[in-house]
Design a protein around this ligand. Structure first.
Ligand SMILES: Nc1nc2c(ncn2[C@@H]2O[C@H](COP(=O)(O)OP(=O)(O)OP(=O)(O)O)[C@@H](O)[C@H]2O)c(=O)[nH]1
Ligand SMILES: [Mg+2]
Length: 399
């Protein structure tokens, strides 16, 4: 078996050398203090497995040549499996300890960083985004400076439309999609009113795919009547094609879709219907800002399909904090079109103001939060999160 020796002044440095030389599949065979340093003997898991395989082959050959001894040899391979399991457990435990140690060291060197992390998590941001911000905050910054830096970074990285023209002037076919009750129909009516105010009723087409729930499209029909726009009701791809043909001269067409749970298999069919249309349909996902990070992430994943044009955050008036929504919009790299702030049509729809949104998330800092961690609990959390942090989000959060 190919065994390599690593020596460094600290266990962490020695382990870094092991990782560099052998990668994540290194097996640590021994770890001891020598000459004011630490010596680690390690091997690659592949070499280790090969050595075990060889010893098994030899044992099997010996058993064949001397069948009387085979009973004695059988436990050997079991023992090796047990040893392998123990070595893996030891490696995991050692890595965990070093990782916790590394966080504790960082905490001692930059105490403000753990404060930044604690505050961001208490505000409701995900552990991975909070950790990223705490780690990247300028090393010399005090708590308040670090939080201000985090705030600016979040604000800078939230992608939104620059002005109304990006929706109202661009035109085309938009479909509002999303789970049940998030506010798709209400938002369709709010957007429709804006289009009518800008271009007149004759330039707008309205379609609903919500044709099989009793009374469902009545809601939109009433809004349509007020605005002077007829509603086209479609059931399938063929209907949709016919409706879009009929509305081809309209500047803007908005499709209000039937709501379905992100866990419903029908979501894929709905996305296929919209993607299969001969005219490009820009899909805008409606996200309820009162939902948890986990739910919002699942909604985005399930509705993303081949790509979303953007999203609209609804029910901001009901949300205790906006950190959930900001976290997901940012990490899922969605462009934010509008925010819904109430039930009134058309008043309660606004262009997103990133400073105001992030400010609202930070206001929650002063609320009594049950998600506030103590410093030693944070070390544990960082330890676990280290392994789960999604590096694909890194380049998206500024410096
Ligand atoms: N507080 C508040 N309520 C809203 C907002 N947007 C929509 N609502 C309300 O939420 C409820 C559901 O809205 P709908 O527009 O019917 O939602 P939907 O997504 O079309 O629902 P389904 O078609 O059943 O999937 C209604 O009572 C709306 O008035 C908002 O921004 N704030
Ligand atoms: Mg609806």
């Amino acid at each position: 078996m190919k065994t390599q020796r690593f020596f460094a002044m600290t266990a962490r440095d020695a382990l870094s050398q092991v990782r560099e030389a052998l990668g994540p599949d290194a097996i640590i065979l021994s770890n001891r203090s020598v000459n004011n340093g630490v010596e680690i003997l390690a091997s690659h898991e592949r070499d280790f497995a090969l050595a075990i395989e060889e010893s098994r082959t030899i044992a099997a050959q010996q058993a064949e040549q001397n069948p009387d001894n085979s009973i004695l040899d059988a436990p050997l391979s079991n023992d090796i499996n047990v040893i392998m399991d123990e070595i893996r457990a030891m490696r995991g435990s050692l890595e965990n300890q070093l990782s916790a140690l590394s966080w504790t060291n960082q905490q001692q060197q930059h105490p403000a960083k753990s404060g930044i992390l604690r505050e961001l998590i208490a505000m409701g941001f995900s552990a991975s985004l909070s950790r990223y911000l705490a780690t990247k905050a300028p090393a010399e910054s005090e708590l308040e400076e670090g939080l201000q830096w985090s705030k600016d970074t979040l604000q800078r990285n939230l992608s939104t439309i620059n002005n109304e023209d990006q929706f109202l002037e661009e035109g085309g076919v938009f479909a509002l999609i999303g789970p049940t009750g998030v506010g798709k129909t209400t938002t369709t009516a709010k957007l429709a009113a804006r289009c009518v105010m800008r271009h007149g009723a004759s330039k707008l087409g309205l379609i609903t795919t919500d044709s099989y729930r009793i009374g469902a499209h009545e809601q939109l029909r009433i809004y349509g009547k007020i605005l002077g726009v007829m509603i086209h009701s479609v059931r399938d791809e063929t209907d949709l094609h016919i409706a879009l043909e009929e509305l081809q001269n309209k500047h803007t067409v908005i499709i209000d879709t039937v709501g379905m749970s992100q866990r419903d298999q029908m979501v894929a069919e709905q996305i296929a219907m919209l993607s299969g249309a001969r005219k490009p349909i820009k899909r805008i996902l409606c996200l309820n800002s009162t939902s948890s990070i986990e739910t919002l992430n699942e909604v985005v994943t399930s509705y993303r399909g081949s790509g979303l044009t953007g999203c609209i955050l609804t029910k901001l008036d009901e949300a205790v904090t906006l950190s959930n929504a900001i976290d997901v919009v940012l990490r899922q790299k969605l462009k934010l079109y509008y925010v819904g702030t109430g039930q009134r049509v058309p008043e309660d729809l606004h262009l997103p103001d990133t400073a105001q949104l992030v400010d609202r998330a930070f206001q929650h800092r002063h609320a009594k939060s049950v998600t506030r961690y103590e410093d030693d609990e944070l070390a544990l959390l960082m330890n676990n999160e280290n392994h789960h942090y999604n590096s694909s989000t890194q380049h998206n959060h500024g410096k």
